[in-house]
Design a protein around this ligand. Structure first.
Ligand SMILES: Nc1ncnc2c1ncn2[C@@H]1O[C@H](COP(=O)(O)OP(=O)(O)OP(=O)(O)O)[C@@H](O)[C@H]1O
Length: 277
């Protein structure tokens, strides 16, 4: 296994006019690990995701991704479409962004358009059904079926995505991202809106994706039961800066983190912790 972390942020800063949403943020996400990015509302987490995945060009700083084979990408220099295509970073969104009128299977096929376009030679070869196109189409279908089975939706393959229950749509989004065989999977609040049973199933799914496929995962999540159960490391942000970093146990007992969530100062947080102990 390559010893470099899958992702390294160095002094990432993102300004919107006078607002500094992310301020000189540095952290690494370990290879084949689950790293959670947490913090109170407005801390800057989604902005970090948007910089990593090319939605925003950061004001300054470096976002370095290193593949298993040693290939390195400075993502702030890549065009946004190359972040998924070359650097192999996939993401899901805070609000579900499936194609609601397409079936579950079709949503997973669309996600693989890069491979299919290549096989078509960027021409009409697909229409003629040449062998290279047929092989690429077959493997795209196989991947879609594999991931539909994996997330427990194979029986709903022909159902319009918009008709699926909310929790099923969330899992379909993860399946769609995994169809692209990402080196890094970025999940923006995957447990939002899920009930306790669905959150438990989500935790199991993410742990198995890491264990069986060696996928590195970066996760923004407010549901602390999910974060504490599955994260190898947690990075905590508040007002655009990193205020703590560590294992779930270290973060749970960190007065700075508790103070940030309670909106108090550290001394008050210690008092609350002592009262609860
Ligand atoms: N496009 C934008 N233009 C101006 N300000 C922005 C923009 N995007 C984010 N911000 C500001 O940057 C700060 C960080 O927002 P961000 O959405 O990254 O926080 P967050 O930690 O993801 O919050 P939440 O947990 O509520 O989703 C906020 O003050 C927000 O208003």
């Amino acid at each position: 296994m390559n010893s470099a972390p899958i992702l390294a942020l160095e002094n990432l800063t993102m300004r919107f006019g006078g607002i500094v949403a992310v301020n000189a943020l540095s952290f690494v996400a370990g290879r084949e690990q689950i790293t959670a990015l947490i913090g109170p509302n407005g801390a800057g987490k989604t902005t970090v995701f948007n910089c990593i995945t090319g939605f925003y060009k950061p004001t300054s700083g470096i976002i370095r991704l290193t593949h298993d084979d040693g290939a390195q990408y400075e993502m702030q220099k890549l065009k946004d479409f190359n972040i998924s295509k070359q650097a192999k970073v996939a993401r899901t969104f805070q609000n579900i962004r499936l194609f609601p009128g397409m079936t579950a299977l079709e949503n997973l096929m669309v996600a693989q358009h890069n491979a299919l376009m290549r096989a078509s030679g960027l021409t009409f070869l697909g229409l003629l059904g040449v062998p290279s196109w047929r092989a690429a189409e077959r493997s795209a279908i196989d991947a879609a079926v594999f991931w539909l089975k994996r997330v427990g939706l194979i029986d709903r393959a022909d159902e319009a995505a918009g008709n699926l229950a909310y929790g099923d749509q969330r899992r379909l989004e993860i399946a769609r991202a995994m169809c692209t065989s990402p080196a890094l999977l970025c999940l923006d609040e995957p447990a939002a809106g899920l009930n306790a049973r669905e959150s438990g199933a989500l935790s199991e799914l993410l742990l198995s994706i890491r264990a069986d496929h060696g996928t590195s995962i970066l996760l923004i999540e407010h549901d602390m039961s999910v974060v504490m159960e599955i994260s190898d490391r947690i990075v905590v942000m508040d007002y655009g800066v990193k205020i703590a970093e560590g294992t779930p146990r270290e973060i749970r007992d960190n007065p700075k983190v508790i103070a940030a969530y309670l909106g108090t100062d550290e001394e008050e947080a210690v008092a609350v912790m002592e009262a609860e102990a």
